[in-house]
Design a protein around this ligand. Sequence first.
Ligand code: GLC
Ligand code: MG
Length: 423
Amino acid sequence: MERLTSPARLMIVSDLDHTMVDHHDPENLSLLRFNSLWEHAYRHDSLLVFSTGRSPTLYKELRKEKPLLTPDVTIMSVGTEITYGNSMVPDHGWVDTLNNKWDLGVVKEETGKFSELTLQAETEQRPHKVSFYVDKSKAQEVTKELSQRLEKRGLDVKIIYSGGMDLDILPQGAGKGQALAYLLKKFKSEGKLPVNTLACGDSGNDAELFSIPDVYGVMVSNAQEELLKWHAENARDNPKVIHAKERCAGGIIQAVGEFKLGPNLSPRDVSDFLECKAENVNPGHEVVKFFLFYERWRRGEVENSEAYIASLKASCHPGGVFVHPSGAEKSLIDTIDELRKYHGDKQGKKFRVWVDQVLATETTHGTWIVKLDKFEQSGEERRGCTASVKFTAKEGEGLVWERVEQSWSEESKLKDDNSSWII
Ligand code: GLC
Ligand code: MG
């Protein structure tokens, strides 16, 4: 990606459902732990890639439901669609390679002859992916029969069974593994092959990810039977692939630690921020920690202590300004003072705060601008803003907050209650 001028230190390529996202955890705790770790320690020099079976439509729905970060690369529809960046610019080069021995009409015609196959939703039928549901007991037999028929019709396809129910038919050159191999080749040709790559998954369509050479792999603890079976038969002796003890994103963090790919302590696992004040020399870290503290303060999970307020005020410039997303300007110090009355106001309210795309740049010597997106979830309601924070580094004093400017994200503009958004 253009954002990085040298090879990524770590590229994480992760499946979403039941890997990055734990659908059995309404609190999204492991995902939030991963998010803080990523923004704190990796965002600035690493790449985040999501690789999902979902179509763009269902992927966008998941983004609304769950606190997902913004990936650098999004691979959708089981490795048949690759897009880059925030605005999801499609990789047309990839699509071109998928037309080899592929004919959507023929796939539809042949699959229509199988009564065991139930077509999935229209959104999940894509130019290079046709998807069905099929009973576990019928899956093997149908796969075998169907691949013979399609071969006879001159096609070269890949049939993948996932989650004990989904059957996808793709061109042979497609799939999550091939898409990853394509990305690695592309980065290599640009002289930016990531130093380490970690693939993460839980089901059948993720198996290919674990057979790409030189890539570390983690099957999360809750991995599906079909993936574990594939692993036992094909990759058991590969020391670069582990079956984690922890579920979903917790398993990803565990793998980062076990393979020694970099820091694996999420800021969410640190209970007292005042204690680690001394090592705060990185402006991106300041921002991640501040908003985490802010979440805990409003949830009433940190003590209502003057020491916290005093410490925050001490790191603000006396003339520091905060521009609220509504446009109102206030003094930063006054804003911190006001925090007192909000201690614990979100207790029991499903209140979470997370930051995304935290990127710091030094503008002049000792002056930093950190850009980020900040989100607040309160019950069912989510709001977000883009923010920039200006810091100055003072000899012996650490970083000083000079100015915080926020503006509502597109989706948040329309809501008119500004009262509960403090900072
Ligand atoms: C996602 C897709 C579905 C696909 C499944 C397995 O759930 O929405 O179409 O069959 O992943 O790859
Ligand atoms: Mg999955």
